[in-house]
Design a protein around this ligand. Structure first.
Ligand SMILES: [Zn+2]
Length: 252
């Protein structure tokens, strides 16, 4: 049962018939890990904390730099030099005291990714590092957990959901993140530090990741194993199928 406080706090989403009390209870029960507390991780963490996700795991080994402030909107000059995951946790815990936030103040490696992916229901990839992306894809797939991956550079962004449970119908033909980018060498060399990024593009992609996460938890349909691509210059979204790579060591 929801408490009176929860009924009041979350009433605007509980009144949605697709969410309702059952959805809110599912959100309270959910364990979600956000990996990377940069420009994507901020909107994701803000919206999920506000929506009442019961347990958030925030993972980032990096510290705040002055060049982050243009887009990592929870940070201020006072946070420079502090661990990103810890500072985001401190701020969101003030905003919503009814949720639990666990800080992982290190970069995930094979062992820690394996451990934390086994603990949570959903893994949200907000990193800008292809090796970590492939590691999260592998561990999420291995543990049968939903992965919601996001990326952005310049005016463009993309989202990808790997959800092995909801879409068994296309499991045979649709691929995982590693089918798209088999090795770190296949990744485009573009990233935020080489080509730049506009803050609102990260806001759009991060908000989309948070929306997909809430929908998955509430049992609503999401496009699984498709690449959703956003073009910020023309304000357009497009969706592409990810064809399975028969040689993929993860999903084949
Ligand atoms: Zn694959």
């Amino acid at each position: 049962m929801l408490t009176t406080n929860e009924q009041l706090k979350y009433q605007r989403q509980i009144m949605l018939k697709q969410i309702g009390e059952q959805g809110q209870l599912a959100l309270r029960k959910a364990k979600v890990m956000i990996v990377g507390l940069g420009g994507l991780g901020h909107p994701v963490a803000m919206y999920l904390a506000a929506a009442g996700i019961g347990e958030l795991f925030l993972a980032d080994g990096d510290v705040v730099d002055i060049s982050n402030l243009q887009r990592q909107v929870l940070f201020s000059a006072d946070d420079i030099g502090e661990n990103k995951a810890q500072r985001v946790a401190d701020k969101l815990q003030v905003q919503n005291q009814d949720i639990d936030i666990e800080v992982i103040d290190e970069m995930l490696d094979e062992e820690s990714a394996d451990y934390y992916c086994s603990l949570v229901d959903i893994v949200i990839d907000c990193t800008d590092n292809i090796s970590t992306r492939l590691l999260l894809n592998k561990q999420a797939f291995t543990h049968g957990k939903t992965l919601i991956s996001g990326a952005a550079t310049g005016f463009d962004g993309q989202c990808f959901v790997l959800n092995r449970h909801l879409h068994t119908d296309n499991k045979q033909t649709s691929g995982c993140y590693q089918c798209l980018i088999p090795t770190a060498q296949d990744a485009p060399a573009l990233n935020c530090s080489t080509v730049g990024i506009l803050g609102p593009v990260l806001g759009i992609i991060g908000a989309m990741q948070a929306l997909l996460c809430i929908k998955v938890i509430c049992g609503l349909s999401v496009p699984s194993q498709k690449l959703m691509v956003f073009d910020g210059m023309y304000q357009q979204w497009q969706e592409f199928n990810i064809t399975a790579n028969e040689q993929c060591p993860i999903c084949r």
